[in-house]
Design a protein around this ligand. Structure first.
Ligand SMILES: Nc1ncnc2c1ncn2[C@@H]1O[C@H](COP(=O)(O)OP(=O)(O)OP(=O)(O)O)[C@@H](O)[C@H]1O
Length: 306
């Protein structure tokens, strides 16, 4: 299989066939982001991506290649010294409206974040507020974004959210230090799910966790995606993990997306030398792949990680 373009990321006819039936939910074109430090760091250079409704798009690449910066750009979370130098981001709402994300300001921007596109940040499990209970942290999201919701409805939704992510609602009264790392991360995912977003951006959501806990959480994310149909941008340097969970994979190097294809094509016929180097750097890929997460088995229960 040969590359279809000389400029832009490498891709394949398999990818073109995959795209045929897809409905975009988020389109980013020609995104360039610079950290205005001395000397400036051009962290993202003309990256374009389309995320489709309900798909898991993996964003792979070594540490420092610009994955987090691009994700922040998609969700308008960049802070100085980061500057979006060029590019457009369009959110294609399920109600049919196209939203110019770069142009959003004030209340419209606050309403967009969490409501339409939510994010699970790198190291998020350590960003739970230590002096506020899980209940209050979950309810905070609803009080801010759904002020019309009754107290009873917020309470019921908080319990439901914990159940959805595989945490016993008895934990609503817990504080962060009383929870395992896996449980904390599940709570962060519950917060990101709270408003039924159409897109979730997950930046290394399981990297700090041991492998069994990691697997349990990945299975939960895939199950929730099936159930609610949100799309996911899943960011990690762990390419084998992405091969298991993603529909498509974009490979980023030095601020550019160098290859984008279906997970199957990346695994079987990676075209870019950098993608091949990344694949070769994971010896585990020579063995069985995907059996654990995709192959089912019981979802991880709370007790498994305590
Ligand atoms: N606040 C900052 N000021 C200056 N440069 C920065 C800043 N934050 C990130 N960078 C630089 O921008 C580039 C991209 O960083 P980014 O964190 O987006 O990469 P990444 O692929 O997400 O890596 P990691 O997985 O380690 O987070 C790197 O060269 C990084 O050093």
């Amino acid at each position: 299989m040969t590359a279809t373009t000389t400029a832009g990321p490498l891709t394949s006819p398999t990818h073109a066939a995959y795209l045929a039936g897809q409905d975009p939910v988020l389109t980013a074109s020609d995104i360039s982001i610079t950290y205005e430090v001395d000397p400036p760091v051009h962290a993202v250079k003309g990256a374009s991506l389309t995320l489709h409704r309900g798909e898991i798009l993996g964003l792979a690449g070594e540490s420092g290649c610009g994955k987090t910066t691009l994700a922040y750009g998609l969700n308008r979370l960049l802070k100085p010294p980061a500057i979006l130098r060029s590019g457009e981001v369009t959110f294609h709402d399920a109600d049919g409206a196209d939203v110019d994300v770069v142009g959003l300001r004030g209340d419209a921007l606050r309403a967009f974040r969490w409501d339409k596109v939510s994010m699970v940040f790198q190291g998020a499990m350590n960003s739970l507020n230590p002096v506020i209970s899980v209940r209050d942290q979950l309810q905070d999201v609803m009080t801010t974004h759904r002020p019309q919701m009754s107290r009873a409805a917020r309470g019921a939704r908080s319990a439901e959210l914990l159940e959805l992510v595989g945490v016993d609602p008895v934990r609503l009264d817990s504080f962060a230090h009383e929870l395992s790392g896996g449980m904390r991360q599940r709570v962060m995912i519950a917060m990101a799910l709270a408003l039924n977003p159409q897109v979730m951006i997950m930046d290394e959501p399981t990297t700090a966790l041991d492998v069994v806990v990691q697997r349990g959480i990945l299975r939960e994310i895939m199950k929730l995606r099936e159930q609610f149909g949100f799309a996911v941008v899943f960011i990690t340097h762990d390419l084998p993990m992405l091969l298991e969970i993603s529909d498509r994979i974009a490979v980023m190097r030095d601020g550019e997306i160098v290859e984008i294809d279906t997970a199957e094509s990346v695994y079987a016929r990676a075209q870019h030398p950098y993608t091949r180097t990344l694949l070769a750097s994971f010896p585990s890929l020579t063995g069985e792949r995907g059996a654990f997460v995709r192959g089912g088995g019981p979802a991880t229960e709370e007790g498994e990680e305590s």
